[in-house]
Write a protein that binds this ligand. Structure first.
Ligand SMILES: [Zn+2]
Length: 138
């Protein structure tokens, strides 16, 4: 999910990370990080960048029925944790009007969607979200 209140230059510096989902993997212990980190918890500073797969499976789902004004049109808001090749990512689930169809293990894919608009500067921010590969019919 794109961090809120990023400055515009900071946002643009990170677009590669947001659009291609670049993570890093420790060359010593194999631990993976998204967003990428330069130093592993084990102390090793040699981490290799790699691109996360665009397909994974749902681990958990949270349905938010009470949301802030910014998300009113998307209510209920679905937030899921998806396993992408061993890396767990949290994000909004879209294209799914009936969340009862979603279960642990449901195949999910990454999509890039509008996250927010900065009316003052006319900038539209995009970020990754998830959608069920086979749609959302129960
Ligand atoms: Zn490590």
């Amino acid at each position: 999910m794109v961090e809120q209140n990023l400055s515009i230059p900071k946002y643009w510096r990170r677009t590669q990370q947001y659009y291609r989902l670049i993570a890093t993997r420790c060359t010593k212990c194999g631990k993976t990080y998204f967003p990428p980190r330069r130093v592993c918890d084990c102390g090793n500073d040699k981490l290799e960048p790699f691109e996360l797969p665009k397909n994974g499976s749902l681990i958990t789902l949270t349905v938010l029925r009470s949301v802030s004004v910014d998300f009113e049109k998307q209510r209920p808001l679905l937030i899921g944790v998806v396993d992408l090749g061993g890396v767990k990512l949290m994000g909004q689930i879209v294209d799914c009007p009936s969340p009862t169809a979603l279960k642990t293990g449901t195949p999910m894919e990454v999509v890039f969607r509008r996250v927010k608009e900065d009316g003052e500067h006319g900038i539209i921010y995009y970020g990754y979200k998830f959608r069920p590969v086979k749609g959302c019919e129960s």
